[in-house]
Ligand binder design. Structure first.
Ligand code: NAI
Length: 335
């Protein structure tokens, strides 16, 4: 069967790593008809928008997309393409498995999943300058979205044989907004008596992620906290080159790495494509291509275990192309 999938290469290292993911998917024997759509900083220079409607239409039609990172101007300029895509397509669950690969970052052995609310919180974009020198940012929290993401996290825990969902919040300070999210999560937890609900204040959650990450198991949290914890998680498993992600909605899903455009290494062909390849593995599982997903994961683990062809971010000397060729070779050898 041929899958029609939207490919958004993105900015910076995006085209380099997404091309690696395409090659790996082909090596695993999955037939894909890629519909390439451009969004991000480069598109904004050529057109009047960084996110043309054609990108949204393509994801709506195909239901599934693989995406490279898109740059966002800091301080001013256009709104984040990433946040807009998630909001416009209502991709409410940002699922980020943080899992150690044997041979990489031996200090920790991590296996947790962060489920981040993707559509509201401080990322709702409700900011204003009240007076010169006084800015206000509104944190939007609804019972609807809080329950929806909690329910997703509990369903995820059941499906993946997890024991606990940790809800990370700051309801001791933001009593109304985080308080509403906490009450909503407690209500949903009652429907899943087999899964333990742990309530943890966000700063304690950050400390626990470093000292005893696996005790958190599945973390569910609002948008900004989830964003920060994701990069902390990446730090535990070898860096941003390793953590994949999925933005899931009821109608469609976009798979992308946690990392950004890495402007410091873009265009040099040295980025680690592991995070987007692991995102592609999540995408193949979503498409019920489980055998191919397994083949890629097995080969990836073998490549890291052998430690011969690795990228510079973890001390290797291979470039993106050589890393990818070796992975394709291992996939083909293993099939
Ligand atoms: P970043 O994730 O792009 O880079 C942080 C550091 O990690 C850099 O030193 C970079 O070289 C390194 N790094 C990241 N991915 C790597 C990889 N695959 N292999 C090796 N090293 C890697 O974060 P930064 O610099 O804060 O953001 C740059 C741009 O990316 C910004 O415009 C930001 O808005 C955007 N961004 C986009 C995201 C998305 O599209 N989902 C997510 C995060 C940031």
């Amino acid at each position: 069967m041929t899958h029609r999938i939207t490919l958004i290469p993105g900015d910076g290292i995006g085209p380099e790593v997404s091309s690696a993911a395409k090659k790996v998917i082909r090596a695993a024997g999955v037939d894909v008809d890629w519909e390439v759509q451009h969004a991000g900083l480069e598109v904004a220079k050529l057109t009047d928008t960084p996110l043309p409607d054609s990108v949204i239409d393509s994801v709506k039609n195909n239901k599934v997309a693989l995406k490279g990172p898109c740059g966002t101007p800091i301080g001013g300029g256009f709104r984040s393409v990433n946040v807009s895509l998630r909001q416009r397509l209502d991709l409410y669950a940002n699922v980020r498995p943080v899992r150690s690969i044997p041979g990489v970052e031996e200090r920790f052995d991590v296996d947790i999943t962060i489920v981040r609310e993707n559509t509201e919180g401080l990322y709702a974009g409700l900011e204003l300058m009240i007076l010169p020198g006084i800015a206000q940012s509104l944190k939007l929290t609804t019972a609807y979205c809080s329950k929806r993401i909690a329910d997703y996290a509990f369903r995820y825990a059941v499906k993946h044989g997890r024991k606990r969902v940790s809800f990370a919040h700051k309801a001791n300070i933001m009593k109304i907004s985080d308080g509403l999210a906490l009450d909503s999560t407690r209500e949903i937890a009652k429907n899943y008596p087999e899964i333990e609900l742990r309530e943890i204040i966000i700063d304690a959650a950050a400390m626990t992620m470093v000292r005893d990450p696996n005790s958190l198991d599945v973390i569910v949290t609002e948008n900004l906290y989830g964003d920060v914890l994701s990069d902390l998680g990446a730090g535990l498993v070898g860096g941003l080159g390793f953590v994949p992600g999925a933005n899931i909605g009821d109608e469609s899903a976009i798979f992308e790495a946690v990392h950004g455009t890495a402007p410091d290494i873009a265009g040099r062909g040295i980025a680690n494509p592991t995070a987007i390849i692991r995102s592609a593995v999540m995408m193949l599982e979503h498409l019920q291509e489980t055998a191919a997903a397994q083949r890629i994961e097995t080969a990836l683990y073998r490549q890291y275990r052998e430690g011969k062809v690795l990228t510079g971010d973890i001390g290797g000397s291979a470039n993106t192309r050589d890393f990818t060729s070796e992975l394709c070779r291992l996939i083909e050898e293993g099939s």
